[in-house]
Design a protein around this ligand. Structure first.
Ligand SMILES: [Zn+2]
Length: 261
């Protein structure tokens, strides 16, 4: 049964909608802003080498941040899917299986991509991984496409991969130069791609700092349709450079494993 036709779901939505006015002032605590659901579409747990968050803490942080849905996109692995999905169910947050992959050419990184709504971990890597995401009926999203720290496409326009891309991040909480977000939004509009927003969280506090606003009910298929219709946009607040420290230490293997912030 779709969400719209389910009385329980409609009721829930009305409750959220009653908070809509409040939500505009305090969007951190509610899943809906008006008729739009909040979904963080790029996020990490400690299955990524540079993240410290346990799946249970991650899902709870998503609920507290008011996310209707959240995608787990650990670097090169899907090992966190099972525990994260189970905890999301307990927390009443919709779980989206995803991954973040590095695309390399001639032995150098050229960009990172997110595969969303996957059914299994892509076996192929590099540019071919994008085909595999699409074969699974997943969506290919380029995170922080214009931030030079991650994407080194200065001399190779993003357009080179344009046909393989479904959407780009129009807001990423870890992209400090707003100019880069603006460039991403312009590129999406010009190339007919959808826009997302994300916290790109590596610690619990960053979960839901950025999110996608999607005109849909509390339902993953509706969210997916809203993305495909290019009816979404990204928003949120920026992270703080100090919050990078745990991720940097974790990446070097010197973060105490028992600290989960
Ligand atoms: Zn990431």
């Amino acid at each position: 049964m779709s969400c719209a036709s389910s009385p329980a779901c409609t009721q829930k939505k009305v409750v959220y909608s009653n908070h809509a006015a409040k939500a505009l002032k305090h969007p951190a605590n509610v899943k809906f802003v008006g008729d739009k659901m909040k979904a963080d579409l790029h996020s990490h747990t400690h299955y990524s080498k540079d993240s410290i968050t346990r799946p249970r803490t991650w899902a709870r942080a998503a609920r507290r941040a008011g996310m209707g849905a959240i995608a787990l996109t650990d670097h090169e692995t899907t090992r966190g899917w099972k525990p994260a999905k189970e905890e999301c169910k307990r927390q009443g947050v919709l779980f989206i299986p995803g991954i973040e992959l590095r695309v390399r050419e001639d032995d150098r990184d050229v960009m990172e991509v997110l595969g969303l709504f996957l059914t299994e971990e892509p076996r192929r890597r590099g540019v071919e991984s994008l085909d595999e995401v699409r074969e699974q009926d997943g969506l290919v999203v380029v995170p922080h496409p214009f931030d030079r720290r991650w994407n080194r496409l200065k001399d190779q326009p993003l357009g080179r991969f344009e046909k393989l891309i479904d959407g780009v991040e129009g807001f990423n909480a870890r992209v400090f130069k707003k100019e880069y977000d603006k460039q991403a939004v312009s590129w999406a509009l010009k190339n007919n791609k959808f826009q997302t927003g994300s916290g790109d969280a590596h610690i619990p506090r960053e979960v839901g700092m950025g999110y996608t606003l999607a005109p849909c009910g509390n339902d993953l298929e509706e969210l997916r349709r809203a993305l495909k219709k290019r009816a979404t946009r990204g928003e949120g607040r920026k992270s703080n450079i100090l919050l990078y420290l745990p991720a940097i230490l974790a990446n070097r293997g010197v973060w105490p494993w028992f600290l989960d912030l």
